[in-house]
Write a protein that binds this ligand. Sequence first.
Ligand code: SF4
Length: 373
Amino acid sequence: MGRVPSSGQIKKLRLNLLAWFDDNREVRPWREDFKRLASPYPVWISEIMLQQTTIPVVLPIYTNFINRYPTVRHLAQAPLAEVLNALTGLGYYQRFRNLHKAAQNFVTEANSAGGTLGLINWPKNYVDWLKIPGVGPYTAGAISSIVLGEAKAAVDGNVERILCRLLEIKNPVSAPGIKVFIREIAEKLVCPNQPGNFNEALMELGQKICKKSRPNCPLCPLRNQCQASKQGTQNLLPSKSTLKKKVEIINFIAQVHIWGDKMGLIKRGSSDTRFLKQSTGFPLVEIKAPGEHSTKILESGLSHQPNNNASLQLRHRITKHDLRIWIKIYKYQNMSHSNPRILWWNQLEIPKIINSSLDKKIFDKVHSVLTSS
Ligand code: SF4
């Protein structure tokens, strides 16, 4: 494992990092909104959005979202489908379902205590934030340090990378005990006087200077404390795991039902697919092998066969799952065979109804075929 910094080194590191942040911090709308509203709401929203997504992707979506739902009460009152639509492009919709559910819980609790003017009882510390649906250790650390001034670390992949280099940790992060070791060090490093600024500074350092490839050590405020930079090993760290991530290939048929200028979507139930449960989209049927014909879900009862257009295929990655999608188009002459689960929408409305990037890919593929034929 790497060398643990002395208390003197930790003090210098905090001073150098915070001085750099004072001069280099970016304007982030959620920081301004937090000061303006004096509420954790904007920080909570932005941290949930930033899970698994980059800042440039989040910025325009955050701005639209906060204009549309400026308070937790606005968010709680909005229909879930509308909220998910406002978050299109951020992927992983389960976390936004949790966000919406948590907003409703906050408001219900406030109303039962003081009616519609009841104050929101926001979590008071890191442990309470951890109890909120969709909030894990990283997000709880970020929110409690920024909003409450609690000296808690916010350790994500960026921070793991910086600490691997700073302490010259040569084991892969995935090796036994390394994540725990990094977290312990991160908790020691957090500046107790400015924990929010410290965590944000470390995140910005990872985005701008200590990047994944080619870290810019000459410009780094931590270069005098950094073991990897001293040894010239910064480009070799963090070490890659020798264990290959297992990718699971899953085959699906996506059914696209078309009747005139309308397309059919379903509200997916919890037993329909392993992915995108409870969302509105195209019917998806998991098959064992490519080309397998499925009679599941909405296909039974149809008197006609779908297209067999081999080019109507696409691939989509969801975490460690490689989805291979075969798109089948069913064109209807009349509605006598329409399954009651199908909800018909004008094709122009479909992009506003579907939220997941997989459904959007399916729609774009089919739309391009239909408009070119
Ligand atoms: S000196 Fe280089 S390797 Fe070390 S923390 Fe800074 S950018 Fe990263």
